[in-house]
Write a protein of this length. Structure first.
Length: 242
């Protein structure tokens, strides 16, 4: 009886994960593959291949794909699986056009609201660069870049503005991965821009910070377009949108 009870207790302690948990794991794994361009923009993939790649079942992967479709990262292809949403020149212009409307506004609002601790965090994050030969280095940089901009967005005091900007920065991550994997390393340029933003915000000069951000966004638009259009495989998949 004791052995039976022990086996029963072990069973209680090792319950399989709930379906919601498996769906979340599938979502995070597939999303990372899309954002990091392991699944290239504009490419097609079957659900069975995603199940094999994530080592998860039909239900979890199907639920994850439904979420990713809502986010605009995948599109269903009848009888073929799914299309990883392309990154077209129009996508780049629209997303960065939205950013240039919203980010300068958040900087003007945040100037004077950021604490000394906020500024110290921004300066620390502004030192993070990346090595294009290291995927983990690129991940660390993109986390730092997103955290940098979100500290400012939340300091604006407008929660809805911060939420919209968070979505913009999340969508832009995939474009930045394409740029980072190109031959030119943009670390020093991006670090210099972030330091300049820190200086302006520490002075409480929201207008100067807004002008710096507008210049950074314009340079980023050029870098992303070059990264997409000058790489034959990516350009073929993304300029000619199926």
């Amino acid at each position: 009886m004791a052995a039976t009870a022990a086996r029963g207790n072990r069973g209680l302690g090792t319950r399989p994960p709930r379906s919601e948990q498996l769906s979340e794991v599938a979502y995070q794994r597939i999303r990372q593959m899309i954002v990091e361009c392991e699944l290239p923009p504009g490419s097609a993939i079957s659900q069975s291949r995603l199940q094999a790649a994530t080592r998860l079942g039909v239900a979890a992967v199907r639920t994850a794909l439904a979420r990713l479709q809502q986010e605009g990262l995948v599109r269903p292809l009848p009888r073929r699986g799914y299309l990883i949403s392309p990154v077209t020149p129009q996508d780049i212009h629209e997303l960065l056009g939205l950013r240039v409307l919203l980010e300068p506004a958040s900087l003007r609002l945040a100037a004077g609201r950021l604490t000394a601790a906020d500024i110290a965090s921004l300066r620390r994050l502004a030192t993070v660069g990346y090595d294009s030969r290291s995927r983990e280095s690129e991940r660390r940089f993109l986390r730092a870049n997103r955290d940098f901009h979100m500290i400012i967005a939340r300091a604006s005091g407008n929660e809805r503005l911060a939420q919209v900007l968070e979505q913009v920065f999340n969508e832009a991550s995939r474009m930045l991965y394409l740029t980072m994997s190109a031959s030119q390393n943009h670390s020093q340029t991006w670090q210099a821009g972030h330091r300049a933003l820190c200086d302006a915000l520490e002075r409480g000069d929201g207008e100067a910070a807004a002008r710096i951000a507008e210049g950074e966004i314009a340079e980023g638009r050029t870098a992303i377009l070059n990264a997409v259009l000058t790489r034959p495989g990516i350009a073929r998949l993304n300029v000619f949108d199926p």
